[in-house]
Design a protein around this ligand. Structure first.
Ligand code: C5P
Length: 285
């Protein structure tokens, strides 16, 4: 999220959002195979971390995992209980980080199973199922790199232009629960008079111009519960030519830079500070 503004709390308990989401080239790998036994939905999951250097949480392989949830929801939607799948997920996107890793896995599951199960469902049906599973999955189903998302996050307005950017993602050892960070938010927390449109208007220009519009309503409540998030954001604020913001409900933070070389240099500096796991990323088309 380059911009995430809470507009208010809704009667259903969710928060009304005005947010700009962007895809970057950090990805998980999902392999889907039809099992010999019909009706069976199974998942095996592992981290792609051969050196064991990153701080990793255990990813559930049962119905708590959005891959399994998405497969079950799709099968229910078409009323075909005999459909089965064996999914293998190789994780690279940190969990409980506000990076939409689980949501992008769910979107990939829906797209993949629609093909493998030869369902030929239109995009609209996949979007309907996506919205029933979570607030961020619709964005990962959408075809563009950048979108303005509203409602609880599930309503997507595509941004046709591509704005390349480089960034370093810093993921502290601990994760944050989306639900808990949203419930820690209250109206007295800092807000902005800017909207997602203000950011989009400036995105084509230099980083020093559009960085003024980076904002996240959840940064204050997340910083209040997580000393590591505070530490990372404080550290980034002291660096020249670097613009840091927390993404989603945290705990990952993103430092935007003007080009790839700066991102690599910044990552090298941050590595020496031991603030968390680091990922140098680019926006994707
Ligand atoms: O929709 P998703 O499962 O990603 O949301 C997780 C939790 O985050 C919700 O149960 C809700 O408590 C909170 N949330 C919210 N407002 C949103 C999105 C999420 O309060 N727009």
């Amino acid at each position: 999220n380059l911009f995430l503004k809470i507009l208010g709390k809704r009667p259903d308990g969710y928060h009304e959002l005005d947010t700009v989401m962007a895809k970057v080239d950090l990805f998980d790998t999902l392999r889907l195979e039809v099992p010999s036994q019909p009706g069976l939905i199974t998942l095996r999951c592992r981290w792609d971390d051969p050196d064991g250097l990153c701080a990793r949480s255990v990813i559930p392989e049962d119905e708590r995992n959005l891959v399994v949830k998405a497969a079950m929801a799709l099968r229910e939607y078409v009323r075909r209980p005999e459909l089965g799948i064996h999914a293998q997920l190789i994780k690279r996107i940190p969990a409980e980080a506000g990076l939409g890793g689980g949501s992008s896995d769910a979107a990939a599951t829906l797209v993949g199973l629609n093909k493998i199960w030869k369902l030929n469902l239109p995009d609209q049906s996949l979007h309907e199922i996506a919205a029933s599973l979570g607030s961020d999955i619709n964005f990962f189903l959408s075809p563009t790199s950048l979108a303005v998302c509203s409602g609880r996050g599930e309503r997507i307005a595509l941004v046709p232009d591509f704005f390349p950017f480089d960034a370093v993602i810093i993921k502290p050892p601990g994760g944050l629960s989306t639900k808990e960070v949203f419930s820690a938010y209250h109206d007295a927390h800092e807000t902005t008079s800017f909207s997602s449109q203000d950011l989009l208007t400036h995105l084509g220009g230099p980083l020093s111009e559009w960085s003024r519009f980076l904002f996240n309503s959840l940064q204050a409540p997340a910083s209040a519960c997580d000393a590591d998030v505070r530490k990372i954001l404080k550290h980034l604020s002291l660096l020249p030519n670097t613009h840091g913001i927390m993404t989603g409900s945290g705990s990952a933070c993103v430092a935007f830079t003007s080009n790839t070389e700066e991102a690599i240099r910044l990552a090298a500096h941050l590595r020496s500070q031991h603030l968390g796991d680091l990922y140098t990323v680019r926006s994707t088309l």
